[in-house]
Design a protein around this ligand. Structure first.
Ligand code: ATP
Length: 241
């Protein structure tokens, strides 16, 4: 199994010293080449779950294993298997060019600068962005920035890609391109993908499996067709009540 997630719990302390249990024991598994969408309203715990899988924050309880490597303790072997794009393309340095960003991430993930440049050019041209390699990220449109962020996350050829709200706030053209690319990565190249969204139509367009997350708990999970038919005709999950 590509990804195994077992009993994840995350508690945050608020400023007034209360404890909020943002994720209350989430577990699932995902095979290579499949797309799982976490669908849930704002504050449901989607971002927290993605960050724990990526090794960006530590769970209070539970375990994440990618291709047999445990993410806890963040060993290089596990991080080499994972690429992550958080909401707002936060894996990019905005004053650097895409190529410089790729070199930076390659360094972190143990890939040579030469390989990063070659692979970066290849990924960018797959998205039709080969002429943007030398612009700074801040000069690019929001949609292009998000595509560059996805290329940066793929620079070390991870087997698992994590995408937090990948098309949120983007223009239709960029959103379509990203959706097409995500499908290609999973179904033609065998990358396993976990994405979060609060939009039913994104889950409908991309997912093989859908997990509904509400108040830090998975309330329904399964094949997209099984899960989404329960919510037919509604475009946002928070309309469910
Ligand atoms: P959104 O789409 O709004 O980001 P989400 O489903 O991704 O929602 P999370 O961001 O994971 O949800 O947040 C889950 C809960 O944890 C929320 O109640 C949120 O306020 C709380 N939370 C998240 N990060 C922190 C933090 N650093 N400190 C305290 N509470 C937090």
């Amino acid at each position: 199994m590509l990804l195994e997630v077992d009993g994840l719990v995350k508690r945050y302390k608020t400023k007034d010293r209360k404890v909020v249990e943002a994720v209350k024991g989430i577990g699932f598994s995902l095979e290579a080449g499949r797309i799982l969408a976490f669908l849930g309203p704002n504050g449901a715990g989607k971002t927290t779950t993605i960050k724990m899988i990526a090794g960006l924050i530590n769970p209070d309880e539970g375990d994440v294993t990618v291709n047999g490597y445990s993410v806890s303790g963040k060993p290089k072997e596990a991080l080499r298997e994972i690429g992550a794009v958080l909401e707002g393309s936060r894996n990019l340095y905005w004053r650097l060019t895409p190529l410089e960003n790729f070199e930076y991430w390659a360094g972190i993930r143990g890939v040579s600068r030469k390989v990063a440049r070659e692979r970066g050019r290849e990924l960018m041209s797959e998205l039709g962005l080969e002429n943007k390699l030398g612009s700074t990220v801040q000069q690019l449109s929001r949609g292009m920035q998000q595509q560059v962020a996805i290329c940066a996350a793929l620079i070390h050829t991870p087997s698992l890609l994590l995408l937090d709200e990948p098309t949120l706030g983007l223009d239709l053209d960029a959103s379509d391109r990203i959706q097409e690319y995500v499908l290609k990565l999973a179904h033609e190249r065998g990358v396993g993908i976990v994405l979060t969204t609060h939009q039913m139509e994104i889950a409908q367009a991309l997912a093989d499996y859908v997990s509904i997350i509400q108040s830090g708990t998975l309330t329904l999970e399964g094949l997209k067709s099984e899960v989404l038919e329960r919510y037919a005709g509604r475009s946002y999950l928070f309309e469910l009540g």
